[in-house]
Write a protein that binds this ligand. Sequence first.
Ligand SMILES: Cc1ncc(COP(=O)(O)O)c(C=O)c1O
Length: 398
Amino acid sequence: MRLAQRVSRIQPSATLAINSKARALRQQGTHVVNFGVGEPDFGTPLHIQQAAIKAIRDGHTRYTPVSGIDQLKEAICDTLRNDYGLTYHNENVLVTCGGKHALYNLFQVLLEAGDEVIIPSPYWVSYPEMVALAEATPVMVSCLQTNNFKLHPSDLERAITPSTRLLILNSPSNPTGAHYTRKELEGLAELLLRHPQVLIVSDDIYYRILFSGQEWVSLGMVDEELRSRMFIVNGVSKTYCMTGWRIGYLIGNREVVKAATKIQSQSTTNPTSISQYAALAALRGDQGFVRTMATAFEERCHYVMDRLGELPGVSCPTPAGAFYVFPNFSSFFGKSGKGKLIRDSLALADYLMEHAHVALVPGGPFGEDQCLRFSYALSMEDLQEGFNRISRAIMELS
Ligand SMILES: Cc1ncc(COP(=O)(O)O)c(C=O)c1O
């Protein structure tokens, strides 16, 4: 069957691929410790589940407005007011089928062939693919491990050309857990103000999973002028353990939101009606659960950093949030184990999957082949067992 060329322009998701490998081993009866998962291991809080059941019983089972129900858009605007100190109105909001869909719609509206999109590297695997789907060119900008893998204004300046249309910032970050400080954002803002053609996407999907001593701040909060060029992408997936419910949102310039709504109207129509009512309960309900979850991730992060510190030759910047670490394992490259040469992050991830039954995502698809991505959205027992296995398998490399 002839497939359209756009299919060959994109790669399947590396994180989903690792999860299906782990699932296949599990189906054969093997206990795999899966550090590959990109979602909280907690269940959706009960009051949110109940809101969804109520929505069904109340008959909210039909099409909704394409851009989402008004009550949810109002709740999103209130959240932005409380958490960012920024004022937006319903016409600035598009509710989508997950944060990923918000990014997809935005890219479809803003990008075309010839446009360049700056993606600080390491990056979330889906950014370059979604940019390519919109026929634009992803421009990866390497960020130093010594700068906690964060973008420095001088790196950004070198990457900007007359074709630069968009910069993607993700803080806290998948895969590194790094979070930009106010001062760092001010540095980037100062440069961006000198390049008015560059629009900005702030992917804030992990913003409520921030560790002690971290201040929540994003680019639009440090500079009023940049706000008009900035789009915020967020959603309920990570904050409220609702990855399967598929509710995200796009915030920004009303003309762009209107255009993205038009795209959505010819693809998914509206996001699921029931999930919208559940998301409304999530945003309007008690937020205590979110703090408890962030604290649990912080404790696990300490444990993970301690165990990584015990592995000889492994270095890793300390995360400030989310539930990922991105340690550098390159000191093992060139060694062999069970007759196989460990050439790169993929070979190491394969070796650990086959011989230690531990699933990790290779760093290559995140733009940094020296690293492996660990998600620590796992129970403490699994974390302990996983690190025991990794230590043993790594020691066998020579
Ligand atoms: C950085 C980042 N942005 C956006 C998303 C999209 O999340 P969702 O589509 O579930 O809202 C993810 C999910 O893994 C992510 O890691």
